[in-house]
Design a protein around this ligand. Structure first.
Ligand code: PLP
Length: 437
């Protein structure tokens, strides 16, 4: 970064870029090119041999994407990053980079449904077992660990429960064994800094708050550069044994002169090369536009969501409000420990009238969009029991924290008076008043 600032507001505007050296352009150019001309044969050979870094082919790297990567890495306090076509690709690559057939990963049960599907079906079909444990007790991660465990995985602020994950506690257990903690920080950018608490890798769906405008699907993996992959070589064979797909390179040695970035270089030069989930530079540009205002937006999302949580908790149609500010005990302690300056933009609540009330509520909203996303500048609502979770049995719905009357809100940046007026309309239509206790 041209300016040596650690402040997210500044990094969001300046990280990874000052101006185009040829034209002086201040906005990051969209390098809409597939390929890059080599200076000469020696240059080409050096690039392919990783003796020097540079552009070869946009599937593996692109200058617009490189600014996004540098900016997100700087925001997280990491060493380097890799931009990908979606958050799903980021989660998949983050694990596939370490785990092979016969290996396993221990994951929190509290996950986005798409990640749950990836872990329980696709990774299993690829021979990687994901063992789910309840994060309420961090020691559950140790209990599920064996010699073939290659990574721990969790989300900082998972919905629908919104129970903040015990990052430092689980990261510390992993470090005893040489197991990195990978944290999906999609719902809590700026608010949480997983790497500061010992996580080794951070993943994002940039589709949500980072982009913010609901225009572009994307993902990023950030390498914290803070994990000693060589300390337990038997634990991390993917980085410590010769890689036949790259002339027998041992990744921890091959990129040592470039810094502590073996993990992310391997992800780029093998997984991205082979599986091809490359981010379009146009989407990288749009995501960068979003990131410029990220800190400001998160502040407003957080403020509006808090006002919504307070409003809902006063309403007779609502039996329960799910928001970190309403939590007690260990959940609240974790929210206070890991989230700075508020609790983010997500709020859940339960309606007294169950599924019928949930539907009436959603159908009568005018301002809130009814859609399956979070983190947009606009306010969004969904009734999981009749949509995203409708294929789950009632027992499985409950296990994931979804009751029949549960509604999830992603509170946007509109004026709070308009947000509350729309919710009032929905609650009035939902219409069932909870019985007094
Ligand atoms: N992680 C979280 C927490 C998400 O909410 C999502 C999408 O909803 C993803 C990952 C997947 O991201 P994408 O939709 O960009 O593939």
């Amino acid at each position: 970064m041209p300016l040596d600032s650690k402040k997210p507001e500044t990094i969001a505007l300046h990280g990874g870029w000052r101006a185009d050296t040829t034209t002086g352009a201040v906005a990051v150019p969209i390098y809409q090119t597939t390929s890059y001309q080599f200076n000469d044969t020696e240059h080409a050979a050096n690039l392919f041999a990783l003796k020097e870094f540079g552009n070869i082919y946009t599937r593996i790297g692109n200058p617009t994407n490189a600014v996004l990567e540098a900016r997100v890495a700087a925001l997280e306090g990491g060493a380097a990053a890799l931009a990908l076509a979606s958050g799903q690709a980021a989660s998949a690559f983050a694990l596939q980079n370490l785990a092979r057939v016969g290996d396993n990963v221990v994951s929190s049960t509290d996950l986005y449904g798409g990640t749950w599907n990836l872990f329980t079906n696709t990774l299993r079909d690829q021979g990687i077992e994901v063992r789910f444990v309840d994060p309420i007790d961090p020691e559950n991660f140790r209990r599920a660990t064996d010699d073939r465990t290659r990574a721990y995985y969790a989300e900082t602020l998972p919905n629908p429960k919104l129970n903040v994950f015990p990052i430092a506690e689980v990261a510390a257990i992993g470090r005893e064994y040489g197991i990195p903690l990978i944290v999906d920080n999609t719902a809590a950018p700026i608010l949480a800094k997983p790497l500061d608490h010992g996580a080794a890798i951070v993943v994002y769906s940039t589709t949500k708050y980072l982009g913010g405008h609901g225009t572009s699907i994307g993902g990023v993996i950030v390498d914290g550069g803070n994990f000693d992959w060589e300390r337990h070589p038997e634990r991390q064979p993917a980085l410590n044994t010769p890689d036949p797909s790259y002339h027998g390179a041992v990744w921890v040695d091959a990129v040592k002169p470039l810094g502590p970035i073996a993990y992310i270089v391997k992800a780029r030069t093998t997984l991205l090369r082979d599986l091809g989930a490359a981010l379009s530079p146009f989407n990288a540009f749009l995501t960068l536009q979003g990131i410029e205002t990220l800190a400001l937006r998160i502040e407003r999302h957080t403020k509006n969501a808090q006002a919504v949580a307070d409003f809902l908790s006063r309403r007779p149609e609502v039996t329960k409000v799910i928001h970190p500010s309403r939590q007690t005990g260990v959940a609240r302690e974790r929210a206070e420990k890991y989230l700075n300056d508020g609790y983010g933009g997500l709020v859940g609540f339960e309606l007294a009238g169950g599924i019928g009330a949930g539907r009436r509520f959603i159908d009568s909203l005018d301002l809130f969009y009814h859609l399956a996303n979070i983190g947009d500048a606009r306010s969004l609502a969904i009734h999981p029991a009749s949509t995203t979770h409708s294929q789950l049995s009632p027992e499985d719905q409950l296990a994931t924290g979804v009751t029949e009357g549960y509604v999830r809100l992603s509170v946007g940046l509109e004026h709070i008076d308009d947000i509350l007026a729309d919710l009032d309309k929905g609650l009035t239509a939902a219409g069932v008043i909870a019985k007094a206790a």
